[in-house]
Write a protein that binds this ligand. Structure first.
Ligand SMILES: Nc1ncnc2c1ncn2[C@@H]1O[C@H](COP(=O)(O)OP(=O)(O)OP(=O)(O)O)[C@@H](O)[C@H]1O
Ligand SMILES: O=C(O)c1ccc[n+]([C@@H]2O[C@H](COP(=O)([O-])O)[C@@H](O)[C@H]2O)c1
Length: 271
């Protein structure tokens, strides 16, 4: 797909809410997703629960937006693969979509521009959502881990004007992450605290894409850390193998299922 063929995916966006006192909310997770993991998916569920119990928002949809190839971060496989893996991961979801718009750009797009794109498509083009009291604009908010918000206090990573623009106009749902001191991460962002919602992880989960890539390089199982169709996709496309090293599980002599541990190889290797 190219930008010329692009249309905004909105089939999973709920276009009507029945609770007039609530503000419709659309969560946007921006990141590399190289590859997407169960933790990334879990972030959406945690945020939806948090919004339901602790805020006056009502989640009407959510999007994964993969960063483009120009981001050039270590371990970033081609955007096409990352979009495909994200699409496989949310194939069964009724409310999470993948929007390829950001990744289809050759140049790097700042997150502020990405959030503007969602505001434009959802509130200006689609006209927000219907409520018993007429149409309402959706709140578009960034969904991110604590490490991402911490980078906002790291000099030189974000433009100050973008931090202000994002946190004033959109806001952020931040999932705590082990290894990141959330209070410290937020210390310089106090001006925007009414727009920053911190979500505690009640079940600690520290899956990261870096670990998945590391396991792949070490020929270890990644099963049950990423969705099964994503495991299969990674195997089929020989992704995350160091320097294009041989595939680990799809060869004809290997009885393992894709992504499965060597410890469960077929009878031929059981001795
Ligand atoms: N274990 C985690 N806990 C909380 N947030 C997370 C976790 N893993 C990823 N995130 C968040 O998910 C979003 C997408 O992150 P990203 O694609 O960089 O994943 P990652 O696992 O951190 O990748 P990498 O290991 O390559 O840095 C970011 O907002 C990041 O903060
Ligand atoms: O907009 C910016 O200036 C900016 C600065 C740093 C990071 N971001 C975004 O934050 C996300 C970070 O992803 P990652 O994989 O580096 O954790 C990714 O979507 C980047 O585009 C954005």
């Amino acid at each position: 797909m190219s930008l010329d063929d692009y249309t905004f995916p909105h089939s999973r966006l709920r276009r009507r809410i029945t609770t007039p006192d609530r503000t419709p909310l659309v969560l946007i997770a921006c990141g590399s997703f190289s590859p997407i993991t169960f933790l990334h998916l879990r972030m959406f569920e945690m945020a939806a629960d948090y919004a339901r119990f602790n805020t006056e928002f009502e989640v009407v949809g959510a999007y994964l937006s993969c960063v483009g190839d120009a981001y050039k971060k270590t371990g970033l496989v081609k955007a096409e693969h990352r979009i495909n893996m994200c699409s496989l991961a949310v194939a069964q979801s009724s409310w999470i979509s993948v929007d390829p718009w950001e990744a289809l750009h050759e140049e790097y797009l700042e997150t502020a521009k990405v959030l503007d794109h969602f505001h434009h498509e959802i509130n200006e083009v689609l006209g927000g959502v219907e409520t018993p009291e007429g149409r309402k604009q959706c709140r578009i908010a960034l969904l991110a881990g604590a490490d991402l918000i911490q980078t906002m206090s790291t000099p030189g990573v974000w433009a100050d004007k973008d931090i202000e623009y994002i946190l004033r106009n959109f806001g952020a749902f931040i999932v705590e992450r082990s290894g990141t001191d959330i209070d410290e991460a937020l210390s310089t962002l106090q001006t925007y605290k009414s727009n920053i919602f911190v979500i505690q992880q009640l079940v600690q989960n520290d899956i990261s894409s870096t670990k998945i890539r590391l396991f792949r390089r070490r020929d270890m199982s990644i099963r049950y850390l990423v969705p099964e169709p994503v495991v299969n996709y990674i195997e089929e496309h020989d992704l995350y193998e160091e320097d294009g090293a041989a595939s680990t599980g799809s060869g004809s002599g290997d009885k393992r299922k894709p992504g499965e541990s060597k410890g469960v190889a077929g009878p031929s290797s059981a001795g």
